[in-house]
Design a protein around this ligand. Structure first.
Ligand code: GLV
Length: 321
């Protein structure tokens, strides 16, 4: 029987399904394996299911001579060195499609929470701040309806975000590296135009060297002083230190962040701010969607190890030497 590694605690139903096909080495834990633990556990494995905090690079692959497939339980795959996988003949897969709507819901959650200062208001309410009802500050927020929404990265999730904006009568503009024509009522604009004109800026780009610090001090300086930034894409797309400075100086209205540089070790500067809403990388985390993602990854793994092309193969050039 072929052996597979599952690197993180997942749904028991998915593990049971894998166990019907393979000998499963299950790391039934929420703590990540270290790179050296990963290398040891992979030494005799034909397949693995990994999560976005597991780094799969040439050094780990060198310790996995029998590995044929690495099924990421995520749509983003910046944790996987695709070229190294291809060179080692390891098929890499991801889970596109199944999490678009849930992640778009999370974008909306952070956008609304940031606009109306929901988390700060909750804290104030539960810690006895509410001694008198206030007509004015500190709870004067920003309207979402009728505002301009700027989406950086109009992929599947960006489009799901844009669809929701129709119900809020928003003007939607977007920026992709390759200019496109109108997409479902959203208009392509230059990045700087988007930064200057948007009331809400949503980042939906994958992380790569090309998108590293896509939003830094210069970009933040172009934003309206009332605008909110939402990042549910990947840490590193935003320069966190620059964002903290902008929030501290109230140069922008606020931010809603689900992803961070170096997560889960956040820049402590965030914790002192009341104009930022922080969540622990839970964009796709509804029960149904996490199940769909795990099932999708298992489908990819099983296909690859039973002689089929996995449905979500990222590197068709992967051929074992
Ligand atoms: C989550 O961040 C994912 O990429 O699926």
């Amino acid at each position: 029987m072929q052996k597979v590694l599952v690197t993180r605690r997942l749904f028991p139903e998915v593990i049971a399904r894998l166990a019907g096909n393979f000998e499963v080495d299950y790391h039934d834990d929420d703590q990540a394996l270290t790179p050296s633990e990963l290398a040891v556990r992979l030494s005799d494995k034909a397949g693995m299911m990994l999560v976005l905090t597991d780094r799969l690079d040439a050094s780990v692959l060198a310790a996995a001579p029998a590995l044929k497939v690495a099924a990421n339980v995520a749509v983003g795959y910046n944790n996987i060195d695709l070229a190294a996988c291809s060179a080692a003949g390891v098929m890499a897969t991801n889970t596109p499609g199944v999490l678009n709507e849930t992640t778009a819901d999370m974008v909306w959650t952070l956008m609304m929470a940031s606009a109306r200062r929901v988390v700060a208001a909750d804290k104030w309410t539960r810690t006895g701040g509410w001694q008198s009802w206030k007509f004015l500050d500190p709870w004067l927020g920003q309207d979402v309806h009728g505002a301009t929404l700027g989406i950086v990265g109009m992929g599947r999730i960006g489009q799901a975000v844009a669809r929701r904006a129709q119900g809020f009568d928003m003007r939607v503009i977007y920026h992709n590296r390759t200019p496109q024509t109108e997409t479902g009522g959203a208009t392509w604009v230059e990045k700087n135009t988007l930064l200057a004109e948007s009331d809400f800026i949503v980042l939906m780009v994958p992380y790569s060297t090309a998108t590293h610090h896509l939003i830094g001090a210069a970009e933040l300086a172009l934003m309206k002083p009332t605008a909110h930034l939402v990042n549910v894409a990947r840490g590193g797309v935003v320069d966190d230190a620059a964002l903290i400075e902008a929030l501290k100086a109230r140069r922008i209205g606020g931010a809603g962040l689900d992803v961070f540089e170096g997560e889960p070790a956040l820049n402590p500067g965030f914790f002192e701010l009341d104009n930022v809403t922080l969540t622990p990388h839970i964009g796709s985390s509804s029960r149904a969607t996490r199940m769909a993602m795990a099932t999708c990854a298992a489908d990819n793994l099983i296909a690859a190890l039973t002689g089929h092309t996995p449905p979500n193969l990222l590197n068709p050039d992967a051929v074992r030497q």
